[in-house]
Design a protein around this ligand. Structure first.
Ligand code: FAD
Length: 510
């Protein structure tokens, strides 16, 4: 088999080669999510021409949680739900579209989601192939600081003459039936995370679901209990309430989205209630069980809540178990997160970790940014992660996006702040679009005028946050932001006005 042919999408990927180093790579990446595949591509880009060899091992589907069970499938469903809600509001725009009732086909929505995922997965495979990354489908485990054993999917290693120990003297490097041992100059661990399930909340995948299984429903539940009012819970609440499901969110903390700005929490709670979602906060569920095909949650008060389905969305656990970290001596924290420094290096020289498994900020773009930092450092760079300007987006209705510090957080850090606020109700563009709910809030350091954070709730908040992210990252002042001319009429003018409002100078709001 020749090396070029070996570089298939997800396939065997193993090089028979003709040298005695055919299973040795400069870089082995474990996990093909937005952390892992981006790291692999960047490592290949930086090593191009230098004979670098990069291998990516993925046990399931390329694209990881983000592409297969997270960001993309949920946003495909958000798009369907928004389209449905928009069509119902066509009359507001003077548009008539037939006389019939607006309806939807849930199966078609789910099929569309699956097609989008499949198409993008193909795109990731294509990019890896184009960058000559060897992709191996199988479950990887460290057997030492420089060796990775892969349990091949649908393969027998005995059929491969080169599936053998790669370094003399390494312990535990014997390739068994269906496994192959790879040697690496450097290893990047990007194994991601999975839904947390607490005892008493065991999911059965049919009635009691995690975010993984809810994405495979073929029928819209009549009633849905969402346990946990965090980002994932709130996004699913918006999707299913748009489809007519009676949704109840039960959240232990005093508000949904407990880490967000308080004004945003209030606005979203009100918006949820307006769309028929029951929001119950400060309530503890002690257990949840399937009874007669329904999900029955028992509250601390002894009351029960009965729904057709329950979605447990109470957090994520790091995939750091069962991957041989102990054989390599990699340090792990209390919550199972792999401990890394800002260069993404673990406690073992030559082993890096990126993405959700590091337990930092569980977002796809953070995983990718960490992957890029790790790849550069492996190739001789000295890049560091900076988490001061990480945008975080919530695809609810209305959308929410933030970057940097909230006013409360800044005060906790002992910084005196000046806050500017501008409502979308005062934006000509938002009024034209009939989307006046929400506001932009800018938080600046009172002494230096430097922008510390921006929070947006309202139309296209998740797109608008990009400009704010650049501003926070570049440490520009509220004054400089306000003096930057923004096109009219655009939603982005709301950011400029909020920057003006930091000094009480917003033109279009009182
Ligand atoms: P993952 O994407 O989890 O990828 C890890 C990969 O490693 C997986 O493919 C897994 O199969 C593989 N793997 C694990 N162990 C092994 C092994 N031993 N051998 C080989 N392969 C292995 N983030 C956003 O930024 N925006 C969003 O809108 C967003 N929406 C989300 C919605 C939902 C419902 C969920 C659950 C998450 C969402 N996220 C979102 C979070 C985002 O999906 C994660 O932060 C991101 O996927 C983390 O990337 P990663 O590369 O670290 O890990």
């Amino acid at each position: 088999m020749n090396r070029e042919n070996d570089r298939e999408n997800v396939g065997t990927g193993i090089n028979s080669g003709n040298s005695n180093s055919s299973n040795e790579f400069d870089v082995i990446v474990i996990g093909g999510g937005p952390g892992g595949y981006v790291a692999a591509i960047r490592a290949a880009q930086l090593g191009a021409g230098a004979g670098s060899r990069v291998c990516l091992v993925e046990k399931a589907d390329l694209g990881g949680t983000c592409l297969n069970r997270g960001c993309i499938p949920t946003k495909a469903l958000v798009a369907s739900a928004s389209a449905l809600e928009f069509v119902k509001r066509l009359g507001d725009f003077g548009v008539r579209a037939g006389d019939g009732e607006v309806s939807y086909d849930f199966g078609a929505m789910m099929d569309r989601k699956d097609r989008i995922v499949e198409r993008l997965r193909g795109g990731v495979a294509f990019l890896l192939k184009k960058h000559k990354v060897t992709v191996i489908k199988g479950k990887a485990r460290l057997t030492g600081a420089r060796t990775v054993e892969v349990e091949l999917e649908g393969q027998q290693a005995t059929a491969r003459p080169d599936a053998r120990p790669v370094r003399d003297g390494e312990t535990g490097a014997q390739a068994g039936e269906g496994t192959v041992v790879l040697g690496a100059g450097t290893i990047i661990i990007a194994t991601g995370s999975r839904p947390v399930i607490f005892p008493g909340f065991e999911h059965d995948g049919e009635t009691i679901l995690t975010s993984d299984e809810v994405l495979n429903l073929r029928e819209v539940p009549g009633t849905l209990l969402i346990v946990g009012g965090g980002v994932i819970g709130c996004e699913f609440a918006c999707i299913f309430s748009a489809l007519g499901t009676k949704v109840t969110i039960i959240e232990l903390m005093s508000s949904i989205l407990p880490t967000e700005d308080k004004d945003i929490q209030r606005l979203l709670s009100a918006a949820m209630r307006k769309r028929g979602v029951q929001v119950k906060t400060g309530i503890k569920i002690t257990s949840i069980a399937r009874v007669d095909g329904q999900a029955v949650a028992t509250l601390e008060s002894g009351e029960t809540v009965v729904c057709d389905k329950a979605l447990i969305s109470v957090g994520r656990a790091c995939n750091s178990d069962g991957i041989g970290l102990e054989s390599a001596g990699v340090n792990v924290g209390r919550k199972g997160e792999i401990i890394v420094d800002d260069m993404m290096a673990t406690s073992v020289p030559g082993i890096y970790a990126i993405g959700d498994v590091t337990g930092k900020t569980l977002l796809a773009h953070v995983a990718s940014a960490q992957g890029i930092v790790a790849a550069h450092n492996i190739m001789g760079g000295r890049k560091q992660m900076n988490y001061d300007a990480v945008p975080a987006c919530i695809f609810t209705a209305p959308e929410i996006a933030s970057v940097g510090l909230t006013a409360d957080k800044a005060r906790e850090h002992g910084i005196e702040v000046a806050v500017g606020r501008f409502p979308f109700a005062a934006s000509g563009k938002a009024v034209s679009m009939n989307e006046v709910e929400g506001f932009v809030k800018m938080v600046a350091d009172k002494e230096t005028d430097r922008l510390l954070g921006v929070q947006i709730v309202g139309p296209h908040a998740t797109e608008l946050i990009a400009e704010a992210t650049l501003a926070v990252r570049s440490s520009i002042t509220a004054c400089e932001f306000a003096e930057t001319i923004h096109a009219h009429p655009t939603l982005s003018e709301a950011l400029m006005e909020a920057a003006e409002a930091v000094h009480g100078l917003s033109i279009h709001s009182a």
